[in-house]
Design a protein around this ligand. Structure first.
Ligand code: SF4
Ligand code: SF4
Length: 315
């Protein structure tokens, strides 16, 4: 075996990703996050543990899962299967018994070797496109030892690595990981200390310390701002972030303005969670371009807009 048998909880390995760094990439999503952003696009990433989800459209309603569950964690209310998450231990017995593949465990324990076997399958695409592997989540630094070994394994295999982080981690943890990282994708939501704490639980000073730490190591950084209606979309917020990256930091290569997406709604429903931005409209291209112009006026050298946007007319 050429890699460690260290294990972590992975909730997805996405191939042919083109939005998580340069070139064609494989993005490895690690489970667990210290923040609770109301707009989170990956609600399945929040808990560090594997979780059971129910796909309503596939369900036959035959009740095989209810009979199979040893923890009595499942009940039916009309046509809806309810999962008592305090009782469910994600053992997967109901998944095995379901005749319709209507149940699924999100989050799988994997070894470094298993992850690398998946990642290596697309090596030739990375080489041709200038791509590589991105570690995302959740917040991947939460599984720091697993991540450190994955980064080491990528380096040994000659693969470009990107770390997608919200910066909410101990500086010592980040410092130990950075030697294996070729690009940092740093999520920066707002520079309003109180709003950040209130909406996400994040600590702005810690996050900025970590951003400066990454910058001090000379690693290229893409700062990524989720542009969220009512939370982070004010021109004042975008300009403040643009001023910070344009003046204080030396290795920020681009500022990504990621337009709010509501494509995650189905995931919230499968997990029995509320999506706080359920009724919020998408931004128009004009609104996003106006924010990009504001960012460039404030000093961002390379501001890039992406994400779903509405066409003409009301959302
Ligand atoms: S995963 Fe296990 S504990 Fe959870 S509902 Fe299914 S059978 Fe019950
Ligand atoms: S076993 Fe599967 S198909 Fe049957 S009720 Fe349960 S979830 Fe639905």
């Amino acid at each position: 075996m050429d890699e460690s048998s260290a294990t972590g909880i992975v909730f997805s390995i996405q191939k042919f990703s083109t939005e998580d760094g340069p070139g064609i990439r494989t993005t490895v999503f690690l489970k667990g996050c210290p923040l609770h952003c109301p707009w989170c696009h990956n609600p399945e990433s929040l808990s560090p543990r594997p979780e059971l989800v129910w796909h309503a459209l596939r369900c036959l309603g035959d009740g095989a899962c209810l009979k199979a569950c040893p923890e009595k964690a499942l009940t039916r209310a009309g046509s809806v299967l309810q999962i008592d998450r305090k009782r469910c231990i994600a053992c997967g017995i109901c998944v095995e018994e379901c005749p319709a593949a209507a149940l699924e465990i999100l989050g799988k324990k994997m070894t470094v070797t298993e992850v690398m076997a998946e990642v290596r399958k697309d090596s030739r695409y990375y080489e041709k496109s200038g791509g590589g592997v991105t570690f995302s989540g959740g917040e991947p630094t939460l599984q720091s030892e697993f991540l450190r070994e994955l980064l080491e394994a990528c380096r040994a295999a000659g693969l470009h690595t990107a770390l997608d982080t919200c910066g909410q981690c101990r500086p010592e943890t980040l410092a130990a990981l950075l030697p294996g990282v070729n690009l940092v994708l740093f999520d920066l939501k707002t520079l309003d200390r109180d709003a950040l704490k209130r909406f996400t639980g994040g600590q702005l000073d810690l996050i900025l310390d970590n951003l400066r730490l990454a910058d001090s190591r000379g690693i290229p950084i893409w700062v990524r701002v989720p542009v969220i209606p009512g939370y982070t979309d004010s021109p004042a917020n975008i300009e403040a972030i643009a001023r910070l990256v344009g003046s204080d930091l030396r290795h920020v290569e681009r500022l990504d303005l990621l337009a709010f997406s509501n494509l995650c709604l189905a995931k919230y429903e499968q997990l029995g969670m509320e999506f706080a931005l359920k009724g919020s409209p998408l931004f128009s291209p004009e609104e996003m371009l106006a924010l990009r112009e504001a960012a460039e006026r404030a000093g961002a050298k390379n501001a890039v807009v992406s994400g779903p946007m509405r066409s003409n007319g009301p959302a």
